[in-house]
Design a protein around this ligand. Structure first.
Ligand code: SIN
Length: 326
């Protein structure tokens, strides 16, 4: 009888301890400002998850490289120091060569083509390209097409020959600038404003929302609307964290993320226009467009880069991406 009461007491203690179990914490680290597609997506994700899994999962969002930069966030994720991040697709070179496809210059006609390719069987297959490295690709998020900025006007490829351009840590982006005889300089996002301000570099490439939210337009006299490449994101987590969640929790987190991504994508489309207009209205920089002939000259100079990376990316993948332009 006494033994039975002891067992019952032990079970009771276990039950109350598990009821008090600490919530799962998801630290979500990113490098951009809160008023950007990624910043807003992360906030939405936190709201959705915490309202659907109250007391069970908490999400702590760290914007502006406060916790980790894109140069060390994946390493930290594998060590369990951060659970989610959404680095630009250009920052996975050390983990897979397959995602290099998104950096090929002039591959996508517009964001509609990007969306079609990412949703296609080929695009979805790429989400799994990090698995061998212990990372899980949970979904793509848009920012948009990139523009060129510098302290001197940019119309033809020869205008940037010999100029130093900051790039993300991508060999394709390095080859893209080398193809027009510019000097690519790989640097973290958090350093770009100061590098431009101090004229340690001459220019950079980025989306309207990043150029606006990080005030690059205040330290660059010229921006050319080149739409020459893509800056999108991959939301990632570690396999260890993801598979350590119970099935129901994982399902709710994933569906909340899908909704947050849809929200972020809407903001990306709006900001590509509104941040461009805000930059023009500021009068701090001159924004120009390329004529058809000028654009053709850039395509001709940069497109040979595709061939250089074809064996790593896969000719069939490049074909599938091109098909999304129709
Ligand atoms: C980002 O949008 O996350 C940063 C992109 C960059 O490094 O230029």
């Amino acid at each position: 009888m006494r033994f039975k009461s002891l067992i019952m007491a032990a079970i009771g203690t276990c039950l109350s301890l598990s009821a008090m179990a600490a919530p799962v914490t998801i630290k979500f680290s990113h490098v951009v400002a809160e008023n950007t597609p990624k910043g807003q997506m992360a906030i939405k994700f936190k709201e959705l998850v915490e309202s659907r899994l109250p007391g069970k999962v908490e999400v702590k969002v760290f914007p502006n490289s406060q916790l980790f930069g894109d140069d060390n966030v994946l390493e930290a994720m594998l060590l369990g120091d951060v659970q989610m991040a959404a680095p630009s697709l250009s920052k996975f070179d050390n983990y897979t060569k397959k995602l290099q496809i998104f950096d090929l210059p002039f591959l996508f006609k517009d964001m509609g083509s990007v969306e079609r390719f990412q949703n296609s069987a080929s695009g979805q297959k790429l989400l799994g390209s990090l698995e061998k490295k212990g990372l899980v690709g949970l979904g793509y998020l848009h920012n948009g097409l990139k523009q060129l900025s510098a302290n001197s006007p940019i119309a033809s490829p020869s205008d940037i020959a010999g100029k130093k351009f900051r790039i993300q840590t991508s060999d394709v982006l390095a080859a893209q600038f080398e193809a027009v005889k510019a000097v690519p300089v790989k640097k973290p996002f958090s350093e770009v404003f100061t590098l431009l301000q101090t004229k340690a570099i001459d220019g950079q490439e980025n989306t309207w929302s990043n150029i606006y939210s990080k005030k690059f337009f205040e330290v660059q006299d010229y921006i050319t609307e080149s739409n020459h490449g893509l800056l999108d994101y991959l939301v990632v987590t570690s396999k260890e964290f993801w598979m350590g969640l119970d099935d129901d929790t994982r399902k709710v987190i994933k569906s909340s993320l899908d909704e947050a991504i849809a929200h972020g994508n809407k903001i990306a489309a709006q900001k590509a226009d509104s941040d461009k207009q805000a930059i023009i209205a500021s009068g701090r920089t001159k924004v120009s467009q390329l004529s058809d002939a000028e654009r053709q000259a850039w395509v001709k100079a940069m497109k040979p880069v595709w061939k250089k990376f074809e064996s790593e990316i896969g000719a069939d993948m490049i074909e599938a991406a091109e098909a999304s332009n129709q």
